[in-house]
Design a protein around this ligand. Sequence first.
Ligand code: NAD
Length: 476
Amino acid sequence: MRNIDSIYINGKFIAPSGTDLLDLVNPTTREVFGRVTLGNEEDAKLAITAAKAAFTSFSRTSVQERSAMLQRLNDAILDRIDELAEANILEYGAPRMAATGRVKLAAANLMDSKEALEQFEFVHMIGKAKVIAEPVGVIGIITPWNASYSQITAKLGAAIAAGCTVVIKPSELSALQTQLLTECFHAADIPAGVINVVNGLGATVGAELTRNRHVAMINFTGSTRVGKEIRRATVDSMKRVTLELGGKSPNIVLDDADFTKAIPAAVRSCYTNNGQACVAGTRLFVPEHRLEEVKKLARAAVESMKVGLPSEADTILGPLVTEKQYNQVQHYISTGIQEGAELVIGGVGQPQGLEQGNFVKPTVFANVTEEMTIAKEEIFGPVLSILTYRTEEEAVEMANNTDYGLGAYISTANLEKANELASRIQAGVVLINGAGFEMKAPFGGFKHSGIGREYGIYGLEDCLETKTITGFDLLM
Ligand code: NAD
């Protein structure tokens, strides 16, 4: 049994004053493998006090000092890469082939923040004024369970680069991963109080961070529902908020695309991270007259993917994080069938031989219409909805007909057309012809997918306040 019974405040692992316990459950077997002691409001207050005290000197550190800290944090994570990857497999169900990459991504976020810090102009002139970028203050970092390591380091890297101190409230479902990551932070020899980590629930530790007047900013990734709650809760204390929220990203395949590449790529994009990715391309738009071909290609793509134990090297799809998430996805699959979508492959229930865990049958629906629940709501499981269009105009209109606006995907042989469509799609990130993400470039959502941008220079800027000084060169 793994007992996580400490929180990290002011450079020390200490017992929380909260005493509630939460079981840590292996999603592959549904067996309890550990327990976390949850912190409470008092613990959050203690962490905020430590972060506030540390801010005075940390906010005045040099670029060189903070750059060295980011390097040490990166190195400390890479020193324990195997252990971190194993925890990601055990606690989250990440397939082995993805787990190591996720740890590397978490470390790379810190190096990208380091590069942004070294390039950033903290002082510049506008007319007679000196304009200075200053750290905003104590930042509350609140993260989800679906990419715990990299979500934390993206926010932490930006905060450290800016000269801000932090209190991190990770997802209560990622306690083991957070414990190991925090041990890496401790090993990196960062000044006490700069990084504080408090396990706990959103309603207690999260809520204290959002209302406490000593916290200047909340950097949150999670659901749109909670993002809205946080935005409301931060009004009275006038906090800045960066909100990275949910998505229902469109994937438009134009008639001239190579369907033998575009359709399998669309399936992979939808099923990435076991189907639990905010940017998953869950709505696939194809020309009406190509539907039968698309269905065949999608079915073949699903059949070629191994759903299995995350510990096995060739598994592509592992289990969902919790039984609750499993039940939610089952509900969406049933709703799709009830509302008249055509089941191409998959369906309700577990894949044969995997009944012991939160495994979902990778599912594809065709003949989905815009009114159907599965076309509108974020499912957060491996469920792809295929919709058809007659004209490109109609495709763009349907792609934008959502409250969300996080990612979008386009496939076509005509790059001019691709760039034109990209300019008309309401989304924070557009990926053309299977291109990957540029992690130094800004990431964030339009509409209900969020406020603010993360990563690289944009992430750093989100953690800074601007001060204008005139007369700095005038003697009385
Ligand atoms: P969630 O919104 O339920 O929880 C996220 C975090 O918020 C957790 O740490 C939770 O404890 C905390 N929280 C809950 N209620 C709170 C409150 N009232 N005050 C303060 N904190 C509170 O999300 P989740 O289920 O952990 O993660 C899945 C969601 O995250 C999906 O909607 C997904 O799209 C989104 N997500 C978005 C991005 C992005 O970059 N846009 C990335 C990953 C995940």
